[in-house]
Write a new protein. Structure first.
Lengths: 325, 342, 275
């Protein structure tokens, strides 16, 4: 990963020095080895804090809504999953593509420090990754972990490839994973209605209505969210123990259906670790089943299943009655 | 000092819960938060940081305040509060206990917030000393001793026992309720644990944050610092930091129409939200930088300026762990605290 | 239900006066027909229509009015829209009084007073002007400068013409932004008019109106030689609790609801510029 970071840094310096771009969007170092933040860099000096490591899980695409409106060109480092959100935002006219310069960067999966802590690692000082093994260096000594056990949830089943790039920095090829990303959805579908209801009730009742899932979501790009409209008579921040209140997440999943690229940011940012991505994946699975395989964000053009009509489309009533083709 | 063997803790919980409500850290759907004890729940006392702090016990995230019944032009106002159940809040860490003092200074200041006060008075607080603080903890920077958290009763826990020491009259009354389960002893074990924990606390990376620049005299210097723009750049404007924070106390009051009249409720609010200061004719904070700045200035400068220098951060580190983009008060303290006034 | 901070009292609207196309003045008493509570000039109250919301308004009537309270309210948002649709006899809820009043019993006593208002900014000033009129012997000369967009937007023009203009040792200057048929008074913005009038800088001044008016009028006063420590104004920010707890109206180490709304200009200079 270090050599990738150095290459990226080199390119960022070149682009800023030559004036080809006005800013570069990437990540900057935090206080630990595991807390980098998204950042924009406008000068070579600022790049002293630049970092690209195993903890750069954040999706930078949503920042580009603001950045692409700024003066001059903006270069951005995008991981494979980020490029789907990027394309979707370009398609929805939220990002001005002509103002962007996309550098596709390699990603071998990003790590989740919370999972490491849950495995007993405390005072983490650094990590080394060798294929499928992670060595966690702590104040109290080294700890070995399986990489697959400490990946961010969104990386566990990721087989995404770059869908947008003006150039690339890829030093290591990633082997496709033999996983079914819909397995958890299938498990939920296999439950009885009562079991499924109990599952979601328990999960969603943890929600603290912080709105991190919505604010981080590249598909939630409305300037003013319906939940923030005072005239709607609803409150996006009042949390109630009643399950009905948690309809928020289901409504939100409806709002992003057909546009959600399964970037998994919602689950990554949830302070209560609610598996919100499963709601979205259920919609993805249904869309695939009812209208044919579709992956949002693969392109910046073309029709999408939920925004186009054909006479052969499944009738809502058939879906409701379980008679959909 | 008194003690009880760890395997008998369930008996202790049951004895407390017989006479009053017992609220303590419970693991549910994978996460640990404060909740009411009942037979069969999964208690997780050792969890260092519950996702939400126990502030809900006194200042719930949402609470109904009053009802309005309207008939024709007439309005009747109904106070919907009932008697508060006596409650024992168990397992509160030193940082969260200090946070209650921070909240007290807001809600119990004249004019007293009686919604908060009645819950506060009905609650006996049993604290639990930390023995395994981690890298995101920085209570020491705010002068908090995680090994001696106080409250009505202080407890310590090790491999074998939970040690118990009453500090107040409320604590003595609670001790009387469970005295049959407790036995004498534990001074040496507690002292040994405190010594060991203190040594870890010394080594924590944020334990010695320099707060010296955060004084009322520097209010405008800090407010006008150019670093806010860069520090807040990645902020999503969500309310995670606010809602997991044990001292954040901003709220909204709203009305909700129901079939049986109008309910006026209050709920937590966040200065990070764009509509927090929105008025019919404008907004005093239009950028996320301003909102971000407000939150940290309030914790580190405004609140201390109103409350004899008491910071409204207790170093619990929840925001350090939970901010989606890894922005937090430590980064703010380091960035601004290290600078000299221009 | 006594002495509760957040639980309001029921008020009955006994009179509604339409002052301007978008300002109405509501007269409110308790359900027993008596005044709801005592206040001092400049203080505010939370008025609410249950189910719609609660808003902070300055109490327009003078404390010396023992019979009722009045609120002059401009239609500009959800709550005010509904208030404007109410009829006499309707009930609302009221809680207060909140905030720090004008120092009428301290700094203002024995001084010559200059009141400058723009538009609905007259609302908080009407309370203090009528208080001063009531205890006229305690104060020196009174000068009132009041401006609005048009003659139809001058709030309380009847009271100004019939009472204030006839008050001894009192000067009243009115101005409107643009020339208008049937108006033979001054035309021009308040800040410019204030400079033209060449006012005595030894007066204690109170400014109230839109932020832009305050900014330019203050600059004008300073040019005339006024001292900032004798210039007062009121701030308005979003409020929910009214008692310095909900956090909304926090500016620097002050809460506008509790430490304001009345501020001396020298106090505002110490606050961060975020109001």
């Amino acid at each position: 990963m270090k050599e990738v970071e150095l290459k990226m840094l080199e390119r960022a310096k070149e682009l800023l020095t030559s004036g080809e771009v006005a800013r570069v969007i990437g990540w900057k170092k935090g206080d630990f080895c595991h807390d980098p933040s998204p950042a924009s860099f406008e000068t070579v000096e600022e790049l002293n804090d630049f970092v690209y490591d195993w903890f750069c899980g954040a999706n930078l695409s949503k920042y580009l809504i603001q950045m692409s409106k700024k003066e001059g060109k903006t270069a951005v480092f995008l991981k494979p999953c980020d490029t789907y959100s990027f394309n979707q935002l370009v398609k929805e006219h939220r990002i001005k593509r002509e103002n962007m310069y996309v550098i596709a960067v390699e990603c071998l999966g990003k790590l989740d420090v919370e999972k490491m802590k849950a495995k007993g690692a405390s005072m983490i000082e650094g990590v080394d990754v060798q294929d499928e093994k992670v060595t966690v260096h702590t104040l109290y000594g080294d700890q070995e972990m399986e990489k697959s056990e400490v990946l961010l949830v969104k990386c566990e089943t990721c087989n995404k490839t770059h869908q947008a790039k003006d150039e690339e920095i890829i030093l290591h090829e990633r082997q496709p994973k033999d996983v079914n990303r819909l397995a958890e959805v299938e498990a939920l579908e296999a439950m009885t209605e009562a079991e499924r209801f109990a599952f979601w009730k328990e999960q969603l009742s943890k929600c603290i209505r912080c709105n991190a899932c919505r604010n981080v979501c590249p598909a939630c790009s409305c300037i003013k969210c319906v939940f923030d409209n005072p005239a709607s008579g609803i409150s996006a921040k009042a949390n109630d123990s009643e399950f009905e209140e948690q309809m928020f997440h289901i409504i939100r999943a409806f709002h992003v259906a057909g546009r959600c690229t399964d970037c998994g940011e919602c689950s990554r940012v949830c302070p209560q670790n609610i598996p919100l991505h499963l709601l979205n994946r259920k919609f993805i699975k249904d869309i695939d089943t009812l209208y044919g395989e579709f992956q949002a964000g693969e392109t910046t053009e073309g029709k999408t299943p939920l925004t186009s009509y054909t006479e052969e489309d499944t009738e809502p009533n058939d879906v409701f009655n379980g008679e959909a083709k | 000092m008194l003690k009880i063997a760890k395997e008998r803790l369930n008996e202790l919980y049951a004895a407390i819960a017989e006479a009053q409500a017992l609220v303590l850290p419970l693991k549910k759907a994978g996460e640990v938060n404060y909740g009411a004890w009942a037979e069969g729940v999964e208690v997780s006392l050792e969890t260092l940081k519950t996702v939400k702090s126990p502030k809900d016990m006194f200042f719930p995230q949402s609470e109904n305040m009053m009802k309005f019944k309207t008939e024709g032009k007439n309005i009747e106002i109904i106070d919907v509060r009932g008697e508060k159940t006596p409650t024992v809040l168990f397992g509160v860490k030193a940082c969260d206990y200090k946070a209650i003092e921070v909240l007290d200074k807001v809600f119990l200041a004249d004019p007293v917030d009686t919604y908060y006060q009645s819950r506060r008075e009905a609650t006996t607080i049993v604290t639990l000393a930390c023995s395994k603080p981690e890298e995101s903890c920085f209570c020491k920077a705010f002068g908090i001793d995680a090994t001696n958290p106080m409250g009505d009763v202080t407890t310590w826990i090790d491999e074998a026992y939970l040690y118990w020491q009453a500090n107040t009259e409320k604590g003595e009354s609670l001790t009387a309720v469970v005295s049959a389960l407790l036995q004498e002893g534990g001074e040496a074990e507690v002292a040994a644990q405190q010594e060991k924990t203190t040594a870890i606390l010394e080594k924590l990376p944020f334990s010695n944050l320099d707060l010296s620049r955060f004084t009322p005299e520097n209010l405008n210097e800090l407010f006008n610092d150019s670093a806010w723009e860069e520090m807040s750049e990645a902020c999503l404007g969500c309310g995670t930091c606010t809602f997991v924070c044990p001292t954040c106390q901003c709220f909204d009051i709203r009305d909700f129409k129901t079939n049986e009249g109008v309910v006026r409720y209050r709920c937590w609010d966040s200065c990070m939200y764009s509509d927090f200061t929105l008025m019919a004719h404008g907004n005093s904070r239009t950028t996320q930088m301003q909102r971000f700045r407000q939150r940290f200035m309030h914790k580190l400068v405004y609140y201390p300026s109103q409350n004899d220098g008491l910071y409204s951060c207790v170093g619990c580190g929840r925001c350090v762990n939970k901010c989606p983009q890894r922005l937090n008060i430590v980064k703010v303290i380091k960035t601004l605290g290290g600078k000299k006034n221009d | 239900m006594t002495n509760e901070t957040l639980i309001p009292k029921v008020g009955v609207i006994t009179d509604i006066r339409k002052d301007t196309p978008d300002v109405k003045t509501f007269r409110v008493v308790g359900t027993d027909g008596k005044k709801l509570f005592q206040h001092m000039p400049g203080q505010c109250a939370m008025v609410s229509v249950p189910g719609v919301g609660e808003c902070m308004f300055s109490i327009t009537s003078s404390p010396t009015n023992e019979a009722y309270m009045e609120f002059s309210i401009k239609k500009c948002g959800c709550v005010t829209e509904v208030l404007h649709a109410l009829e006499v006899g309707a009930q609302v809820t009221v809680r207060g009084p909140y905030g720090r009043n004008f120092p009428v019993e301290e700094d203002f006593k024995g001084k010559d007073l200059l009141f400058i208002a723009g538009g609905i900014g007259l609302a908080p000033l009407r309370s203090v002007i009528n208080y001063v009129r009531h205890y006229r012997e305690n104060y020196g000369k009174v000068v009132i400068v009041y401006g609005a967009r048009s003659k139809d937007d001058l709030v309380d023009i009847e009271e100004i013409k019939t009472e204030w203009m006839n008050e001894p040792n009192t000067e009243v200057y009115l101005t409107i932004d643009r020339p208008q048929e049937g108006w033979d008074g001054n035309v021009g913005f308040v800040p410019a008019y204030v400079k033209e009038l060449g006012l005595d800088p030894n007066m204690t001044a109170v400014l109230c109106g839109p932020p832009i008016m305050i900014k330019f009028t203050l600059a004008g006063l300073l040019e005339l030689g006024f001292d900032k420590s004798r210039v007062y104004t009121t701030l308005e920010l979003r409020m929910k609790c009214g008692v310095g707890k909900c956090g909304r109206c926090n500016v620097g180490d002050k809460f506008v609801c509790k430490d304001g709304p009345v501020f001396r200009m020298t106090e505002l200079d110490e606050l961060p510029d975020e109001y």
